[in-house]
Design a protein around this ligand. Structure first.
Ligand SMILES: *Cc1c(COP(=O)(O)O)cnc(C)c1O
Length: 425
């Protein structure tokens, strides 16, 4: 397809977009009375207009039934989390028994590492990406210390090569091969939060397994953004949050995946709580923990129903749109953005914009990280003043995420137009 750097072309693409009607299902924040160009769905997804209704339903049932709502609410609260596993399984490519909506992301990372990071004197290392999201770094470091080990000797970070931003996949595989049977867990992001690089989870998992280690992923920037096949890729465990691409509200309930081959192993050590206890006999309140033989067996607490109601509203929209249609549109939107940014560079005397996100299809999701070679902060401030919500990362990176559910080709064109106007002034 040949793109054009014109508003008419972008409007025509929006007219042809099979998902065009989904935008109206979200509240778009305003700036000086006009809808913003919201490019921060990778940080906090927008609010579906139905969210309020879903939460109100639970508030009404609570008002009407009090504690009896656990069994009498229209969606009884004692089993509320069961509303999610089929829809969530579609989003991450899992079997319904392999996923559970629970807790928060970093909490789930700890919960899963407690099971899968069981260092021995021979096998104790963790292989991960350099400059992972800080919360993940702290989680890993503290897990290592909980076992009385020294993070400096245990955590092996794979970094981009000198002068590069993204990590070479062969370097990840090479690190796994090098440390081999001293590795306990390989833990990566599905999509790197800074560069937008998608990691080859299937290849990393295969390499980890060859070394006899577990493979786990933080899918904060992947869930609801790229196509995932956790079950088929044989991933051991994964977790994600629901407030980024999954639009389930600030601090919304997170998710966890544990592969089928592990869920029935009730001997696996874990942090236990009553909500992970076999349902049939949970309320007999006997001593001795008997886990549910699905991912639910890792639940500790009863479901946070109000935050889960928001999750349900968002997942119903995802289901209607379909992950495949979303990823197809996402690819087109980002391709258009790459094109627009190239056009801007061509107009300048020398290159001003460097896209650090890999451009190859399959190697990126909807986030595009733009390294400004000059006038970065000035461009970013001007964008903000003109109603573009993007994200600034020191020293010179603007992160934008045209999200297929509610962003448009017009958004992308306007974004480029604003940058072009600033650079030409
Ligand atoms: C957003 C994000 C987090 C945030 O963790 P919370 O526990 O939800 O506060 C953690 N890790 C990664 C990779 C993220 O992108």
């Amino acid at each position: 397809m040949t793109f054009e750097n014109t508003i008419d072309f972008s409007l025509e693409q929006d007219r042809l977009d099979p998902l065009r009607d989904f935008r109206s299902q979200f509240y778009i924040p305003k700036h000086e009375g006009k809808e913003v160009i919201y490019f921060t769905g990778n940080s906090l997804g927008l609010q579906p207009k139905t969210t309020r209704e879903y939460i109100n339903r639970e508030l009404e049932d609570w008002a009407e039934h009090g504690v009896e709502g656990h069994f009498r609410a229209r969606s009884p609260w004692y089993s509320y989390h069961e509303l999610f596993n089929v829809q969530v399984a579609h989003i991450v490519g899992a079997l319904p028994d392999e996923v559970v909506a629970m807790n928060q992301l970093t909490v789930n990372l700890h919960v899963l590492l407690t099971t899968f990071y069981r260092p021995t004197s021979e096998r104790y290392k963790i292989i991960c990406e350099a400059k992972a999201f800080p919360s993940d770094q702290y989680a890993l470091e503290s897990q290592v210390r909980l076992h009385g080990l020294n993070p400096d000797e245990v955590i092996i970070e794979v970094a981009p090569r000198e002068g590069a931003f993204t990590i070479q996949e062969e370097d990840i595989i090479a690190a796994i091969e090098k440390h081999g049977d001293s590795i306990s867990v390989v833990l990566f992001g599905g999509v790197n939060y800074y560069t937008g690089q998608v990691f080859d989870m299937q290849a990393i998992t295969a390499a980890a397994h060859k070394a006899g280690a577990y493979a786990g992923y933080d899918l904060a920037h992947a869930a609801g953004n790229i196509e995932l096949k956790l079950h088929d890729w044989n991933v051991d465990f994964a977790c994600w949050c629901s407030y980024k691409y999954l639009n389930s509200g600030p601090g919304g309930v997170a998710g966890a995946f544990i592969h089928q081959k592990h869920i029935t192993n009730i001997a696996l050590p874990r942090m236990a709580g009553w909500w992970g206890y076999t349902k049939e006999s949970r309320f007999q309140m006997k001593s001795g923990f008997q886990p549910i033989p699905t991912a639910e067996g890792w639940q500790m607490s009863n479901a946070p129903v109000l935050s889960m109601a928001a999750h349900k509203a968002a997942l119903d929209i995802f289901e209607n749109a379909g992950m495949q249609a979303l990823t197809e549109k996402s690819l087109k939107l980002t391709k258009y953005l790459f094109y627009i940014l190239d056009e801007i560079n061509k107009e300048q005397e020398h290159k001003v914009i460097e896209v650090i996100t890999p451009k190859k299809p399959g190697k990126h999701g909807c986030q595009v990280s733009i390294l400004m070679l000059e006038r970065g902060k000035e461009v970013f401030n001007a964008l903000t003043e003109q109603g573009v919500l993007a994200d600034w990362r020191e020293p010179n990176v603007i992160r934008v995420a045209p999200v297929p559910l509610y962003n448009t080709f017009e958004d992308v064109w306007k974004f480029g137009h604003i940058i072009q106007t600033i650079l030409n002034s």
